[in-house]
Design a protein around this ligand. Structure first.
Ligand SMILES: Cc1cc2nc3c(=O)[nH]c(=O)nc-3n(C[C@H](O)[C@H](O)[C@H](O)COP(=O)(O)OP(=O)(O)OC[C@H]3O[C@@H](n4cnc5c(N)ncnc54)[C@H](O)[C@@H]3O)c2cc1C
Length: 483
């Protein structure tokens, strides 16, 4: 069933990762007609990223924990009536005059096949996941520096390594998973460099005890690292990358409690690649463009504010998974199922939500509590910008160095990322500030904690002007001219 030009679906789900898959199959099994859109050619999202069939991987599950959870969802998807619209890049969602949602997408591997698609649905579930937070450092634009999640993605989907000797750095538990995968796949990992300490977790024993699976995950990664003799350095950071054509070595420095580099502690480590990431940022622009309320997460990022059944502040729009705060694939699945049940109850006019709702909510709350502890433990300290030299590019798209941002703050009085953008072009390039937004906001705040502001990107992915020009008059986009 494909309703691209006919009657609306009951539910459109954006994102076929753990959350979106669980939401789509649950709603479908409860009797709703469902469209599931994802920009990727395959389902699974970031966690269950796997090689394309053409690569002929014999054991696609080798790099995954909990692979059966994914194959279970994939089987249910195949058996359901869900229309899985792969390769659909959603650039906007709009509530139309008759109360239905219009979901605008472009098709093709990069969204550039030029075929605009509009799906209509009575309810919307956004499960668009997260992207990596990057804090710049001298040399981070050299070939060989990749995102930590990016390195994992290269390995999981392309079966390639970013280098032979890879330093893994930044902050967050993803670093352990990435280092374990890289070393198991044959790379030498001379060090995992974590900017935070792990003691912060010990301050929340209840959340730890309630989530023993997280301890098991940490032990599994720890054992893999021990097996491959990978040292983990806490309270450290890569403060410089060396090389001319590509990465040849890094300097790792000790950090104080505020992530300020301790002078005289730099040590050089030879490597040919660096995989670096400082946590994840919820990808919520489709939701904030239609006015969904947000909440500040313990690591200073913004997630969607959701009620007990995953509905946002905009009626008829639900969200699940990393969009509400980063917490892992199991939490995403639980929230997706909860949202699918809640949507079905609403659309089918039932007074209560069917199924094991109380249990799902308890599981969700337990895992969310752990996610908050994790988010607080790895929140960037205010001193990190101490490792930025004035000539380090902060915005790599527009090549704006830290010195120009500092000048905008010190000499022109800029106090927020938007004013810095207007003065320097930082954040105006292709990535629209996804890469430099955190850094620019921190520099603009001059050492104080920056006030996060909802990301306003009326177009979630690049869209040709011809597509915008072809929109009919009934479609009102919430385009904010200030962005
Ligand atoms: C780069 C990266 C690597 C990661 N690696 C690991 C790991 O190795 N181990 C681990 O435990 N956790 C990892 N995580 C975290 C883990 O992926 C999440 O906890 C889990 O996948 C959350 O599920 P989700 O459904 O919320 O989001 P995701 O699994 O991220 O799914 C979101 C889906 O939405 C789609 N999407 C987003 N925007 C659009 C749009 N505009 N149009 C159409 N489709 C869209 C994406 O293509 C994606 O398939 C990683 C996260 C990232 C960002």
């Amino acid at each position: 069933m494909d309703r691209r030009s006919g009657a609306p679906y009951d539910l459109a789900v954006v994102g076929a990762g753990s959350a979106g898959l669980a939401g789509a199959v649950t709603a479908s099994e409860l009797g709703l007609s469902v469209a599931l859109l994802d920009s990727s050619p395959q389902s699974g999202g970031q966690y269950y990223r796997h090689p394309a069939t053409a690569l002929g991987a014999v054991r696609p599950e080798a790099l995954h924990h909990d692979w059966s959870a994914f194959t279970g969802l994939r089987r249910r998807l195949a058996e359901s009536g869900v229309d899985h619209l792969a390769g659909h890049h959603v650039w906007s969602v709009v509530k139309e005059a008759d109360g239905t949602w219009a979901v605008h997408a472009l098709t093709g591997p990069d969204g550039n096949d030029g075929a605009p698609v509009r799906i209509r649905a009575r309810a919307l579930l956004l499960a668009t996941g997260a992207y990596e937070r990057q804090l710049p450092f001298p040399g981070w634009t050299l070939p060989g520096v990749v995102g930590a999640g990016g390195a994992q993605a290269m390995l999981k989907s392309g079966l390639v390594l970013p280098g032979r000797r890879v330093v893994v750095a930044g902050s967050g538990p993803l670093l352990l998973a990435v280092a374990a995968s890289l070393s198991s796949a044959g790379a030498r990992v001379p060090a995992v460099v974590e900017a935070a300490g792990y003691l912060r977790y010990a301050r929340s024993p209840r959340a730890l005890l309630a989530n023993p699976r997280k301890a098991v995950e940490a032990l599994v990664h720890g054992a893999a690292l021990a097996r491959h003799r990978v040292p983990v350095r806490l309270r450290g950071a890569v403060t410089a990358v060396h090389g001319t054509e590509r990465v040849e070595a890094v300097t790792v420095s000790r950090l104080d409690r505020d992530w300020r580099p301790v002078p005289g502690t730099g040590r050089r480590i030879a490597c040919d690649a660096v995989a670096v990431g400082h946590g994840l940022v919820p990808q919520i622009e489709l939701a904030t463009a239609v006015g969904c309320a947000t909440r500040v997460l313990p690591d200073g990022t913004l997630g969607l504010a959701l009620d007990g059944l995953q509905e946002s502040s905009v009626p008829g729009l639900w969200a699940a998974g990393e969009t509400g705060g980063v917490g892992g694939a199991e939490l995403a699945r639980t929230e997706g199922e909860l949202a699918g049940r809640a949507v079905a109850a609403r659309l089918l006019g039932r007074s209560g939500v069917a199924g094991p709702v109380a249990g799902l909510r308890r599981r969700r709350d337990r895992m969310r509590a752990f996610a908050d502890v994790m988010s607080a433990a790895h929140a960037p300290g205010p001193g990190w910008s101490g490792w930025l030299t004035d000539d380090t590019d902060v915005c790599r798209c527009e090549e704006v160095p830290a010195g120009r941002v500092r000048e905008a703050v010190a000499e022109f009085g800029a106090r927020d990322a938007r004013t810095v953008k207007l003065l320097t072009r930082a954040g105006m390039g292709w990535c629209q500030g996804r890469m430099c937004g955190t850094a620019v906001a921190c520099l603009a705040a001059g050492g104080a904690t920056p006030e996060p502001s909802p990301e306003r990107r009326p177009l979630a992915v690049p869209v040709p002007l011809s597509t915008l020009a072809a929109l009919d008059g009934a479609t009102e986009l919430s385009v904010d001219s200030s962005t």
